[in-house]
Write a protein that binds this ligand. Structure first.
Ligand SMILES: [Zn+2]
Length: 592
């Protein structure tokens, strides 16, 4: 729950006001109590005062939560806040005016609780299942969270004690681990050697997280084990470990992922969760042996990413509307989503599903091998052991009469044809493809399905995308773009005064050392965004495509109608200062 300081500032004076009034009402109650002939006098009024005090503390707590919650949703904040304050004031009046104190306080409770009682179901209807409150699931989760916080605290304390002299580790080591079901994992080093291994394993994870790597690799290479990171599509070196240390680090990750540490050859897959500050990351560990030795891949998925909507991931409003239009088509059809490898396609596909009402529509995602677990989405894994193929898995899913089926990667002809079958019976079929852009995705899909005509008539939209680093807002450098560049890029000089790039000149301190940017640690970029093209086809485009026009011709036709593709969309991001020209060129160049 996001609570903003502004909401707190608003609530604190209200609480004080309410409490003061409560005290005053207590005093009045004491007076009336003393005036009543049957009353026992002062002791009773103290009880009343305490009761009133507790009542208004409760009110303030609820009010605080409500204000923070309403602000977090940015929806009808004033209305709910008004209702709540109105209820509180009315409650106060009732508590003061009703002659029988017990009845008064009961009525006051009811009146004050009514807005909260109305608010909770309203807000629960607007949020995904994991954000609902006062449900059985919420209560269970809150209890486990409290227990876990205690446990995590215990582990941290235990670790601090155990590590003792090795101060460097306590300083660097801010990582906490949980297993796939979010229960804390305790791993305490027993020897100096183990301490070195753990600390190195942690350093690699911390480094990978700081550099926003999508994957970390440990690859045997002669007498060493190389560390590599995949950062926004590119593989970067992350240092070397001597073999015993490297193998120790591999074993460390295997223990975290609950894999068989003694098994070095057979492929294994496991998961764990790592917490760093307020960042929670799901880590999928894959190990397998080769002639060179055991290697490991750790895929990192930020939890925030898994709950993301396409707009948060970088899709422009207009593009979201276009995608929504395609998803909302009645009578079914095919939507293709594509990206080169390692450009975040799977996460974008799940984010696209979030544009649907996941609770009202029956949405099922089919994956060859479940790569990530996504909240609120029904995910089906192809059951290869029982002879199921991707196509037969999709066929089985279609028998259950879903509204929308997502096929994470359409990898073969049978699966492509099953997509068309689904579309023919009125389903929205979303298919993922490895391709450089939307046009290439359409071509690939047509080839796979071997049925150009049918693809042309059912195709609703196609998307392409790139993962792109975003400039560090603290140290990016403004510059006046070259008019020639603007002309070539079709940007009118009058509209674009400055563009931004990563700074070329780092400031230096008195000693002449470069000052390190606190935000990006002189990387020049912080975080990443997705550059999308979302191409929706209208009836005319479908007819032209069915009539035998090439995808390139359709592309030209759509461009004339104002459709923008990756390059133009990327230039928007450059003009907005989100990224640099060099980063745009880098990601556009990368091929699948
Ligand atoms: Zn910076």
């Amino acid at each position: 729950m996001i609570r903003r300081p502004a909401a707190r500032r608003l609530v604190a004076p209200l609480a004080v006001l309410v409490l003061t009034l409560a005290a005053a009402s207590g005093a009045v109650a004491a007076q009336t109590g003393a005036a009543a002939p049957a009353a026992a006098g002062l002791p009773v009024s103290i009880v009343k005062l305490v009761l009133l005090f507790i009542f208004f503390v409760l009110l303030a707590v609820f009010g605080n939560w409500l204000a923070g919650d309403a602000v977090a949703f940015e929806k009808r904040k004033e209305m709910w806040y008004g209702l709540f304050v109105g209820g509180a004031v009315l409650a106060l009046v009732l508590a003061l005016l009703v002659p029988i104190f017990a009845v008064g306080i009961l009525l006051a409770l009811l009146v004050a609780a009514a807005p909260v009682a109305a608010y909770v179901p309203w807000r629960n209807r607007q949020v995904p299942v994991q954000a609902k409150v006062f449900t059985a699931e919420h209560v269970r989760r809150t209890i486990t969270q409290v227990l876990r916080r205690e446990k995590v605290g215990e582990i941290a304390a235990e670790r601090a004690v155990h590590i003792g002299g090795a101060a460097h580790l306590t300083e660097d080591s801010q990582l906490l681990y949980m297993d796939a079901s979010d229960m804390p994992i305790r791993l305490t080093p027993q020897t100096e050697q183990e301490l070195a291994v753990f600390s190195r394993g942690e350093a690699i994870l911390t480094d990978a997280l700081a550099r926003q790597a999508g994957q970390a690799y440990l690859v045997p290479h002669g007498p060493e084990i190389l560390v590599r990171y995949r950062i926004v599509g590119d593989v970067r070196e992350g240092g070397k470990l001597d073999k015993p240390l490297g193998e120790g680090v591999i074993a460390f990750y295997k223990r975290l992922a609950r894999l068989d540490v003694g098994e070095h050859r057979k492929p294994q897959v496991g998961r764990f969760v790592v917490l760093l500050g307020d960042q929670t990351t799901n880590v999928t560990v894959q190990t397998a042996g080769s002639v060179k030795g055991e290697h490991l891949v750790a895929a990192l998925h930020g939890r925030r990413l898994l709950n993301m909507h396409v707009e948060e991931s970088g899709m422009r409003r207009e593009q979201v509307d276009r995608l929504r239009g395609a998803l909302g088509t009645s009578g079914g059809g095919v939507i293709l989503m594509s990206a080169p490898k390692h450009h975040g396609r799977t996460v974008s596909m799940y984010a696209a599903l979030r544009e649907l009402d996941l609770f009202a529509r029956n949405v099922i995602a089919v994956e060859q091998d479940l790569s990530i677990e996504v909240p609120d989405v029904n995910q089906v894994e192809v059951n290869k052991a029982s002879g199921q193929t991707l196509a037969t898995a999709v066929q089985d899913v279609l028998r259950g009469d879903p509204d929308v089926v997502m096929v994470e990667t359409v990898s073969d002809a049978d699966a492509a044809r099953m997509m068309l079958t689904g579309a023919a019976v009125g389903k929205i079929m979303i298919g993922g493809l490895v391709a450089n852009d939307a046009s290439e995705a359409v071509e690939t899909f047509m080839k796979l399905a071997g049925d150009r005509q049918n693809v042309a008539t059912t195709l609703l939209a196609a998307t392409g995308q790139r993962l792109m680093r975003t400039l560090c807002a603290a140290c990016r450098e403004a510059y006046r773009p070259n008019p020639e560049f603007l002309r070539k890029a079709n940007l009118q000089a009058a509209q674009v005064d400055v563009l931004y790039r990563e700074t070329k000149s780092r400031p230096v301190n008195k000693k002449g050392e470069p000052v390190v940017c606190p935000l990006c640690r002189n990387q020049g970029y912080v975080g990443r965004t997705v550059l999308y093209e979302v191409v929706a086809l209208d009836d005319r485009a479908r007819q032209e495509l069915a009539a035998g026009r090439s995808v390139a011709e359709i592309r030209t036709m759509l461009r004339k109608q104002g459709q923008e593709f990756l390059q133009e969309e990327g230039l928007h991001k450059v003009v907005d200062g989100v990224t640099s020209v060099s980063e745009l060129l880098r990601v556009l160049k990368s091929a699948s």
